[in-house]
Structure formats: C-alpha cells, structure tokens
Ligand binder design. Structure first.
Ligand SMILES: Nc1ncnc2c1ncn2[C@@H]1O[C@H](COP(=O)(O)OP(=O)(O)OP(=O)(O)O)[C@@H](O)[C@H]1O
Length: 343
C-alpha cells in the first residue's frame, strides 16, 4: 500500500552567519491515513523544520533543500507546481495545528472573522473562487451561498471539538478564550478544509497539564473518526505514548529509529532511544540525563551524529551513517550496534 505521505532521504539546511547548518540529514518517514505518528526528539533535533518542509513553509532566503523527496499521495511536493500545491494541498489536504494558538490568532479580529477568512480560500466547497484571474486574489468574491454552508460547517465542527455555545464563541476575540479553547479552535480550523493530513507541532506545549491530556485525547479521537493522518511533533514521550500508533525518533537532524508505539516503549533498539527513555523520571521522580552535549549542526559529527555520546560507538559509526536495519514489522533502526533484545 502506498503511504499517504512519504518523506524520503530529505536533506536540508540553513545559511547562517557561521556557515551552512545541516539541519536534516537524509530523513525518512511515512504515514498512513488515520495513523497518528509521533516525531520525537530533544529540542533542536529538527522536528519543526521537518514539519515546515512538508508544509512547504521554510524561509525562502536561507533554507536550501539538498536532497530527497516529499511524496504526498504520490506527488513530490518539492518539485510540483507551487501554485497547484498552494491551491489543492497546502492548507487544504495538509493543514497545521501550531504550538501556541495565541500567537497564531490576530488579536484585533474576532475568531469568527478569522475563521471565515480562512474558509474563503480553503473551504472544501471552494474549488476555485470566482473572480477574474488577472485580479489580485484578495478581491475575489466569497459567494453568499457558500459562505452560509461554511458557517454551518464551522458550527458543527466547533461542536465536534467540544466547544460549547459556538455562535457566541465566534463573536469573541482571541484574548477572551482560554488556552484550551483556543487550541480546540485551532484543531477545528485545521479540520475545516477536510484534510488528509494534519501536522500538529507541539500542540500542547503551551497548555496546563490537565488540558494537555484533553487536547491529546481529542486529536486521537478525531484522527480515528475522520480517518485523518496526524504527524505529531513532540519532545514529550508521554504524549507520544498516549496517542500515537507509531513513533519516529530524531537526533541532531538524523532519524535513528521508528517503531509501532508498543514496541517503541518495550524494546527500543537505538542507544539514543534507550537513553531518551531512561531520561524520563521514574516513580520516585529521579531521571538520568544523557551525558555529553547535542552537537552543533554547522560541523556535525560524521557518520551517526550520536556517536560522540554513545558507549557502543566504534570506527564505522564515525565514518558512515548506518543503513536502515529492519528489526520487525514496522520497526527499524539506523545503528551498527542496536539493542537486539526485541521480542
Ligand atoms: N531559519 C533558520 N535559520 C537557521 N537555523 C535554523 C532555522 N530554523 C531552525 N534552525 C535550526 O535548526 C535546528 C532545528 O530546529 P527545529 O526548530 O527544527 O528543532 P525542533 O526539534 O523542532 O526543536 P524545538 O522542539 O525546540 O522546536 C536548530 O539548531 C535551529 O537553531
């Protein structure tokens, strides 16, 4: 079966004053409809950059893709016609839930106005806005009939994401809503275009712990009910455990392991994954950190970028990046010396 989204050997970096930072090094992942895939790793490992590359919203002036493909429903988004990707995929078939919903809303407009502005362009009922092609897109009309249908769809979705009194809510300004309500709104907005894939970038980081659990539960339920794929970037392994079907681990811009969620927690194979899991606090609240430091990305270590911190590393680890080693159904690792006690 062809994956809905398949990232193949994606490499990219940013021009910085200190030189070219190699932020993604031959990263691959794939995700099916209805699947929630967790992309985990410490801060700075490249999760957001990968999410932005899939969405096609990298900074134009500094980002440079140096290899790989991003196949969505079989089309390589990196080489496809940008106008067509914008019209049919970005913000429609692939949508986004941001880390901090507050900064994503404009404080001076009601949330209703902001939602309708998005729907004017990205509603599933808008094949293409009527308007003359030579006019700037902003002056295109929003036909009243479609607008009514879109409002109905908004009200229904607000109900689905358990936001009470949706009509009153649409008249409010962003600061009049709680953090949890704003994130529920963001999830509703991500679902409105009827996407196949939602990219949720640390969607609960800005929320209280109790609200975090509710939002994660909501994302899981909606993915299943609507058969929508969700790529969840998170540094929170607990969140991944709660709602993901599978987990991909990244370290310093390289993918190191991927496994179905049960196997991931029961039989981690990459030395980095085992250390990451061991760094979680235990029942007594004690946690062991990972000795050493995350490397810089201007001159990253050769081979496996984890090798300077790895007790198992030897010559080959320093020289060449390990190939994918299949350990079982859906479980692979990129390591010459993985833990092989997998059941
Ligand atoms: N526009 C940019 N220009 C230069 N470097 C960048 C740019 N965006 C990201 N980086 C660098 O790329 C690396 C990966 O950043 P990214 O935000 O993707 O990591 P992350 O895993 O999402 O971290 P976090 O969880 O903190 O958001 C970091 O070293 C970051 O400094």
């Amino acid at each position: 079966m062809t994956a809905l989204l398949s990232v193949e050997d994606l490499s990219l970096g940013f021009a910085t004053e200190a030189g070219f930072a190699s932020v993604l090094d031959r990263v691959s992942l794939s995700i099916e409809r209805g699947q929630v895939l967790g992309l985990v790793g410490e801060s700075g490992c490249g999760k957001t950059t990968l999410a932005r590359a899939i969405l096609g919203v990298l900074p134009r002036e500094t980002a440079r893709i140096t290899g790989g493909r991003v196949l969505f429903r079989g089309t390589d988004l990196l080489t496809a016609d940008p106008a067509s990707v914008n019209q049919t995929i970005r913000g429609r078939a692939i949508t986004f839930v941001p880390q901090d919903p507050f900064t994503s809303f404009n404080p001076v407009f009601t949330v209703g106005d902001q939602i309708m502005e998005i729907l004017k362009w990205k509603s599933p009922r808008a094949a293409e806005l009527p308007g003359r092609r030579w006019l700037p897109a902003v002056v295109a009309r929003y036909p009243a009939e479609r607008q009514r249908a879109d409002v109905d769809a908004v009200l229904e979705l607000l109900d689905t994401v358990q936001l009470p009194r949706p009509k009153q809510l649409l008249r409010k300004y962003p600061h009049e809503l709680s953090g949890g309500q704003r994130q529920r709104l963001m999830i509703a907005m991500a679902l409105l275009p009827g996407p196949d894939l939602v990219i949720a970038d640390e969607p609960t980081t800005a929320l209280d712990v109790t609200i975090q659990a509710q939002i994660l539960g909501l994302i899981r339920r909606l993915a299943t009910e609507r058969n929508v794929a969700v790529l969840l970037t998170t540094h929170d392994l607990g969140a991944a455990y709660e709602i993901c079907d599978a987990v991909n681990v990244m370290y310093a811009g390289q993918d190191v392991e991927s496994a179905p969620v049960d196997r991931f927690f029961a039989s981690p194979a990459h030395p980095y994954t085992t250390k990451l899991l061991a760094s979680l606090p235990d029942a007594n609240g004690t946690a062991s950190g990972i000795p050493g430091e995350v490397p810089g990305l201007i001159t990253p270590p050769g081979g496996c970028r984890f090798h300077p911190r790895c007790e198992r590393a030897d010559g080959p680890c320093r020289e060449a990046r390990p190939p994918v080693d299949q350990l079982g159904a859906g479980h692979w690792v990129r390591c010459y010396h993985p833990h092989r006690d997998a059941p």
